[in-house]
Design a protein around this ligand. Structure first.
Ligand SMILES: Nc1ncnc2c1ncn2[C@@H]1O[C@H](COP(=O)(O)OP(=O)(O)OP(=O)(O)O)[C@@H](O)[C@H]1O
Ligand SMILES: [Mg+2]
Length: 267
């Protein structure tokens, strides 16, 4: 055939927002990431799967700056983030939820979500306490954003509840709300469904799809629940021993013999 590229452009093919090239990350003799290349486009939910210890969390930690790979580059939204601190990467637009729970248990749902607004706040506790008009105006704006997120994640009934009094599934939802409050340009989620019951998983899956659809941001999802992964992801990448061993549509990955052997198993 002649060229397929122009057809893809005509069909709305979007260039990558994130480009990761040749990442190597070692801990002593263990190579957690061993030459990982990955691109993520703005309109996709990319699932990153693989066995325990494959390097999935290490990859996310390299994206948000918790870990510093010895080699490789991370370009996001046209900017080289490779040497930036985690804080600067949040400012650059990388939002994240965590494998464990990363919320303030003694604070209310609303206040937890407001902590996600910190990167957008001009006023500090002193100017806030002095009640300058602009500080008050700013606070009203941040509260409006937080309330919108509470609506979106259907948490009106628990907005004033202390997070420590909530079940695991709702705590994870609060963690997602905190990440959304940062208004990220990309969201990375480490095992959002872990420890959830079926109903909580269904809710979370719906929220992930809605975030991609309405905010138009890509989501990188690390998840062990294959039913969820195959249901909601646009593309799947498979890690094994720090290397990507397969990448493709969910239907391709499900039947890929190498992936079945490394991770999915028969049946
Ligand atoms: N901070 C660290 N110090 C030493 N070794 C680490 C560190 N973080 C990760 N590793 C090692 O790197 C490898 C990849 O671990 P990682 O946590 O990225 O796996 P994972 O794919 O997220 O696994 P899981 O599905 O169990 O969460 C493992 O061998 C792990 O022990
Ligand atoms: Mg992990």
């Amino acid at each position: 055939m002649a060229s397929s590229a122009p057809i893809e452009i005509a069909a709305g093919f979007k260039p990558a927002l994130l480009k990761v090239e040749d990442i190597h990350l070692g801990f002593g003799k263990v190579m957690a990431l061993n030459g990982v290349n990955l691109e993520v486009r703005p309109d996709e939910i990319l699932a990153l799967i693989g066995p325990n210890g494959a390097g999935k969390t290490s990859f996310l930690n390299s994206l948000n700056g918790f870990y510093r790979p010895q080699k490789g580059t991370i370009v996001f939204d046209g900017r080289d983030l490779t040497r930036l601190s985690p804080h600067r990467r949040v400012e650059a637009g990388i939002g994240r939820t965590f494998q464990g729970i990363q919320v303030f248990l003694g604070m209310t749902v609303l206040d937890n979500i407001l902590t996600g607004r910190h990167i957008h706040m001009r006023s500090n506790s002193i100017t806030g306490a002095l009640r300058w008009p602009w500080a008050i105006r700013e606070e009203i704006e941040h509260r409006a954003v937080a309330e919108e997120i509470i609506d979106f994640l259907e948490m009106e009934a628990i907005r004033e509840s202390v997070v420590g009094s909530l079940g695991y599934g709702l705590r994870k939802r609060v963690d997602l709300g905190r990440a959304l409050a940062m208004e990220p340009k990309m969201l990375i989620m480490d095992e959002p469904m872990a420890g959830m019951n079926v109903e909580e998983k269904e809710d979370m899956a719906r929220f992930i799809l809605d975030i991609q659809e309405y905010r138009k941001i890509p989501i990188i999802l690390v998840e062990h629940d294959m039913e969820v992964v195959m249901d909601i992801s646009s593309r799947v990448a498979v890690l094994e021993w720090g290397r990507i061993i397969a990448e493709g549509a969910p239907s391709e990955i499900r039947t890929n013999p190498r992936v079945i052997k490394a991770y999915l198993g028969e049946g």
